[in-house]
Write a protein that binds this ligand. Structure first.
Ligand code: UDX
Length: 444
């Protein structure tokens, strides 16, 4: 039986590209043929990753329909541009690949989210589809629950915003969440309407593969038999030494970490999208100074431009190191790391769990509030940072919570235990069995 040929297509942000690249590496290890579709704009930005991955994975590109200087951090604009310009080009590209590769035609399309229309293109060409969901399974479950939340009068059908402020439980045994923190609530009406539509198209996929394990989010996974946990992908892809990023990694921070004793450094990073406002940025800088502990702080170049000159005059940062982009997976496995101040993006969450690192949670939007609930209330491997009456996280709050976290031996023990349980699911565990099940389905 010929091995499956996958066309893998992420929505063009790093939080989606990374897990889909890891997934492609895992499939390639099983002998599958992979064509990875990336936008022309991003091809230049992930050049390193492409070079590292060698010939196992073939890269192809399509334009995203935007001008070179357009703001690609405006997600509704990107989503709309892709939907308006890409479907016909994707159709032609698949036909072209299949014509060239007659004996090994594309048999399965795997996408992330926000581009559900691609499954329709595949469907029209008789190609099977699957989704590799790049966020938590509970986020997928909440998008799936939108029609029910509308019917029950919990959210408004036009805006997605809560009809009143309340705490709800999406599924029996899942963590409680304030309705204002549902994954779409901070992203605007356009995004909500798109997501509601996109989730309907995702139903064309036979599998919704989740980068999680059956122990981490059992309630969310029980919502549908299509949800298949195959994570943590980073542990199966063996790519911790490879750099898949838009920004140049500053690996001098590893030498710097090597000079510090075990569990002494506070790592601070907010992923690839979150932008911190200048006033909050200053407060964080002063909070890190107050800690009187070594810290490693990632200030992305695009956020640094925005907060230009915002380091407060009083900030000396003498105990810290600031980098533009870190080799995060290596950092989180470094013995010198004591805890992780994180925005709780799903990739960072999984990476912190696999590093056995206690979290201090600072969510911004999307699934990050749900991920914080899992970290603090379900797995109990971290603490949340509380905002003051002005909506700010104060320097004193940062100092106090880091101290509380580092004094809490129970959280440290549970973090190591959770790491152990999570890693057991890979390499012969349930996640690898699920992955085999998926590959067998793709072969049929
Ligand atoms: C986005 C959404 O914001 C998030 O809510 C969703 O769960 C996934 O998609 P992002 O905000 O970028 O992702 O966060 P995250 O999911 O944590 O992904 C960031 C990735 O960048 C991680 O793989 C992390 O290792 C990497 N990273 C981050 C680095 O390699 N170096 C850094 O300095 C910072």
């Amino acid at each position: 039986m010929p091995l499956p040929h996958f066309l893998v297509m992420p929505y063009p942000i790093l939080g989606h590209i990374n897990p889909l690249l890891q997934f492609s590496q895992v499939l390639a290890k099983h002998g599958c043929k992979i064509t990875f579709l990336i936008t022309e704009f991003n091809q230049r930005r992930v050049k390193n990753a492409i070079e590292h991955l060698g010939s196992d994975i073939k890269f192809v590109t399509l334009p995203d329909g935007l001008d070179h200087d357009d703001d690609r951090s405006d997600q509704p604009k990107v989503i709309l541009s892709l939907r308006n310009t890409m479907p016909t080009k994707l159709h032609k590209l698949i036909e072209h690949i299949n014509a060239l590769d007659g004996d090994n035609k594309i048999t399965c399309l795997v996408i992330s989210k926000n581009i559900g229309w691609a499954l329709e293109v595949g469907h029209n060409l008789g190609i099977k589809g699957a989704v590799l969901w790049p966020a938590s399974a509970i986020a997928l479950a909440s998008f799936e629950s939108i029609p029910r939340l509308i019917d029950e009068g919990i959210i408004n059908s036009e805006t997605g915003l809560p009809t009143r402020k309340q705490e709800i439980q999406l599924l029996p045994n899942s963590p409680m969440i304030e309705t204002v923190n549902l994954p779409w609530c901070k992203l605007g009406k356009k995004f909500f309407l798109h997501m509601a539509e996109d989730t309907k198209t995702l139903k064309l996929a036979e599998w919704w593969l989740c980068n999680t394990t059956c122990d981490l989010e059992p309630e969310a996974l029980s919502l549908s038999s299509r949800f298949l946990p195959i994570g943590p992908l980073m542990m199966q892809s063996d790519d911790t030494n490879k750099s898949n990023s838009f920004w140049e990694e500053d690996s001098t921070c590893l030498d710097w970490l090597n000079q510090h004793p075990p569990q002494s450094v506070v790592y601070v990073s907010f992923g690839s999208l979150a932008m911190m406002e200048p006033t909050q940025f200053k407060e964080l800088a002063l909070g890190l100074d107050l800690l009187n502990k070594p810290f490693l702080w990632v200030v992305r170049p695009d956020n640094e431009n925005k907060v230009n000159n915002a380091y407060p005059d009083e900030f000396h940062g003498s105990k810290g190191k600031i980098v533009g982009w870190s080799p995060q997976r290596k950092i989180l496995n470094h013995p010198a790391i004591a805890c992780f101040i994180s925005h709780c993006g799903w990739n960072s969450t999984i990476e912190g769990v696999c590093g056995g690192t206690p979290f201090l949670c600072w969510p911004f939007f999307s699934d990050q509030f749900y991920n914080m609930s899992y970290i603090c209330d379900v797995w109990k491997v971290g603490l949340g940072l509380d905002k003051d009456e002005n909506g700010m996280i104060s320097k004193v709050e940062i100092k106090n919570k880091v101290e509380q976290l580092l004094d809490n031996k129970d959280i440290q023990t549970r973090s190591l235990k959770l790491k152990e349980i999570t890693l057991m699911k890979t390499n012969g565990g349930q996640s690898s069995k699920n992955l085999e099940k998926f590959i067998n389905w793709a072969k049929e």
